[in-house]
Ligand binder design. Structure first.
Ligand SMILES: NC(=O)c1ccc[n+]([C@@H]2O[C@H](COP(=O)([O-])OP(=O)(O)OC[C@H]3O[C@@H](n4cnc5c(N)ncnc54)[C@H](OP(=O)(O)O)[C@@H]3O)[C@@H](O)[C@H]2O)c1
Length: 238
């Protein structure tokens, strides 16, 4: 069956979001790729997939932007069976400890990384409700959002934001528990070679996006399994 997928934060060809878009397109899916500003990489990709790649500007940190994007998305696809909340931001002080950290930068990070996915789910729910197969929401989290595994004394912004995203995933999982047509998970994707600085990372985003795309299908109707999982679908501690 043809799939209809939305991925946020997709403008960078080396990064994970773009590679999710590519992998779903390769499978014949219609993909809404959201960006906060035009992306040359996506414009190039659209030449290969003129009918199935839909590029949509959307800033997940802004409710009005997400609402406006939904109005356009309704004319792009008949439904959505998969939403991947992938977009992320961090503050300039993310690698600093408390004494050096400008704490006033943290709310903006939480707004994008933790509230952003909720905005997307809230506004795009009507399209998910039209899906003939159970809809799956995937929140791309991180081991940095695990309180149980936390070992760093930096990442104050990113860690709090991803822990918040994890909490909202569990909360929505409770909401959907009796709805066989809706499921949600959050995923620690592992360390990926998403920029030049990550050259030592073990995972290439193109390969890794496909590993996760296949894993997501094992979770679509799994309401009883773990909710916070690794790229391989194994339980990760909250
Ligand atoms: N890379 C890793 O090793 C790693 C490890 C663990 C978890 N993760 C998670 O995996 C996901 C992808 O990581 P990545 O390294 O591929 O990310 P990335 O290269 O930092 O890309 C993030 C994307 O999010 C977009 N974005 C930022 N703020 C936005 C906003 N307000 N609205 C919409 N889009 C926005 C960026 O847009 P612009 O291009 O316009 O800036 C960018 O395209 C993230 O959720 C990250 O936390 C990554």
């Amino acid at each position: 069956m043809k799939q209809y997928v939305l991925v946020t934060g997709t403008g960078r060809p080396m990064a994970l979001g773009f590679n999710f878009v590519l992998r779903y397109l390769e499978q014949g899916a219609d993909v809404i790729a959201t960006v906060r500003k035009p992306s040359e990489g996506l414009n190039e990709l659209q030449k290969q997939y003129p009918d199935t790649l839909h590029i949509l500007e959307m800033d997940v940190g802004s409710t009005s932007s997400v609402k406006a994007a939904y109005e356009k998305a309704k004319d792009m696809v008949p439904c959505l069976d998969t939403i991947i909340n992938n977009a992320v931001t961090t503050s300039p002080d993310t690698n600093k400890e408390l004494e050096e950290f400008n704490l006033d930068d943290i709310p903006a990070v939480i707004n994008v990384d933790a509230v952003g996915p909720l905005r997307v789910v809230k506004e795009f729910m009507p399209l998910m409700k039209k899906s003939p197969i159970p809809a799956l929401i995937v929140n791309i989290s991180s081991e940095a959002g695990s309180i149980g595994k936390c070992y760093r004394s930096y990442y104050l912004d990113y860690g709090m934001a991803k822990a918040g995203m994890n909490m909202s995933t569990k909360t929505l999982h409770n909401k959907f528990k009796d709805d066989p047509m809706m499921n949600i998970i959050c995923v620690h994707p592992g360390w990926m070679h998403t920029n030049e600085g990550n050259a030592k990372a073990p995972f290439e985003p193109y390969d890794h996006a496909e590993t996760m795309r296949l894993m997501f299908e094992t979770k679509r109707t799994d309401k009883d399994g773990p909710i916070f999982v690794t790229w391989a679908g194994e339980e990760y501690p909250w």
